[in-house]
Ligand binder design. Structure first.
Ligand code: XIL
Length: 392
């Protein structure tokens, strides 16, 4: 591809999403915030009684097409987000055809049901439309910065005033395996185009666009007791220290919590990490909770018990930390888990995973009981929530 073609597509891509919309332009009207729809005896009811909130990441197509699903979403959740809807690959599959319909559907539903909304995720190395990576590859730093500014301005601008917390960056630390950079950052098209400052820049751009949203760094692989995970926790804290010194407008830290049944969990080490995050003055969110049950028995009852036990062990540690604000599962019922589609997570016996609060028929499982019990057992978080000015 020639440089001029790339420059043209970059600009076309930017203009594509209405990316030229001036900052401060009116966002669409997503309707009034409705009365809270959740039941007092469900997970959100139990969470709210302790100043916490519970919710799930869900697909808009289910929400659009299943009345049963809408009913359980309204009943169970106080926090909602689309699992893919605000990712660039969904919004900008090709330059010139922005599609906000899936994300709008989530935002409308959440507002109408008095739920608090999360935005996921502005800057990620996955879910990039296939025209974007080559484009970033050829862009000058100024062009790449301009593209990022327009992208964040457009998406965060469209939902300005509706999103309680935004995952500004997602999975920025290098994962399992050799770490090539001294700063431990993952090597991504964003890093290559913009250098390591892309993280600070993304936060500043998101803050300019939606100053009231609590901005989050969302990160994977921080939960289990492996040396390489401990090294990532240290790297995360070190980077947060730097971000704070540089005045980066970060208010939340998102811990994904894709737990794996037979991976070791060290309550003390994890509790310490949460305390250290809290000491930065950050609110903590568990953002993508599910439990891979690959290592657990085939028998559904035994498996559900093992999953629920692990969940309770994890949540008792998590909810002990006052800075924790929200617990969000990645899907609400087993029929909608991503784990069956992922080669690392698929069960070897061919059975489908049971990693979530409700079963494939949307009936409550021991997971949900353990969730409710953990919230009931938790200390009251209301004062910290108020202090962290969480809002809804
Ligand atoms: C997943 C979605 O659930 C899938 O539908 C999609 O195919 C891939 O992405 N970490 C994240 C989420 O931050 O955005 C991912 O979501 C799961 C892992």
């Amino acid at each position: 591809m020639s440089m001029s073609l790339n420059r043209r597509s970059l600009l076309a891509g930017a203009a594509a999403a209405g990316l030229a919309r001036p900052a401060g332009a009116a966002a669409p009207d997503f309707g009034p915030v409705g009365k809270p729809s959740w039941s007092a005896d469900g997970p959100q009811g139990a969470a709210a009684a302790k100043g916490l909130a519970f919710g799930a990441a869900v697909p808009s197509n289910l929400l659009n097409h299943s009345a049963e699903f809408r009913r359980i979403l309204a009943r169970e959740c106080g926090v909602l987000l689309g699992n893919n809807e605000m990712k660039m690959a969904v919004v900008l599959p090709e330059p010139g055809r922005p599609d906000f319909a899936p994300a709008d559907a989530i935002v409308r539903f959440g507002r109408a049901h008095g739920q608090s909304l999360r935005g996921h995720a502005l800057v990620w190395h996955e879910a990039l439309p296939n025209w974007v990576a080559p484009l970033l590859d050829h862009a000058s730093q100024g062009q790449a910065e301009d593209f990022l500014r327009r992208w964040i301005g457009t998406v965060a601008g469209r939902y300005r005033g509706t999103i309680a917390s935004w995952d500004v960056v997602n999975e920025v630390l290098a994962g399992y395996g050799p770490v090539h950079r001294a700063d431990g950052l993952r090597e991504t098209p964003w890093l290559a185009a913009l250098g390591p400052d892309y993280i600070d820049l993304a936060f500043r751009l998101a803050h300019e666009t939606d100053p009231r949203a609590a901005l989050a760094w969302n990160e994977d692989s921080l939960e289990h007791a492996f040396d390489w995970v401990e090294a990532r926790r240290v790297r995360a804290l070190k980077r947060l220290e730097g971000m704070r010194a540089r005045g980066v407008p970060i208010r939340r830290f998102g811990i994904q919590a894709h737990l794996v049944g037979d991976h070791p969990f060290d309550p003390k080490a994890f509790r310490r990490f949460l305390a250290e995050l809290g000491q930065f003055g950050l609110g903590i969110e568990i953002t993508e909770l599910d439990i891979d049950d690959k290592a657990f028995p085939a028998d559904p009852a035994a498996r559900d018990r093992a999953v629920a036990d692990f969940l309770r062990r994890f949540l008792d540690v998590v909810l002990d930390e006052p800075a924790v604000l929200n617990v969000v599962t990645w899907g609400l019922f087993d029929g909608d888990t991503w784990l069956n589609d992922h080669p690392d997570h698929r069960r070897r016996d061919g059975l489908r995973q049971r990693p979530l609060p409700l079963d494939e028929m949307m009936r409550p499982k021991p997971f949900r009981e353990a969730l409710v019990a953990a919230f009931r057992h938790a200390p009251d978080h209301a004062a910290t929530r108020a202090r962290l000015r969480q809002g809804a």
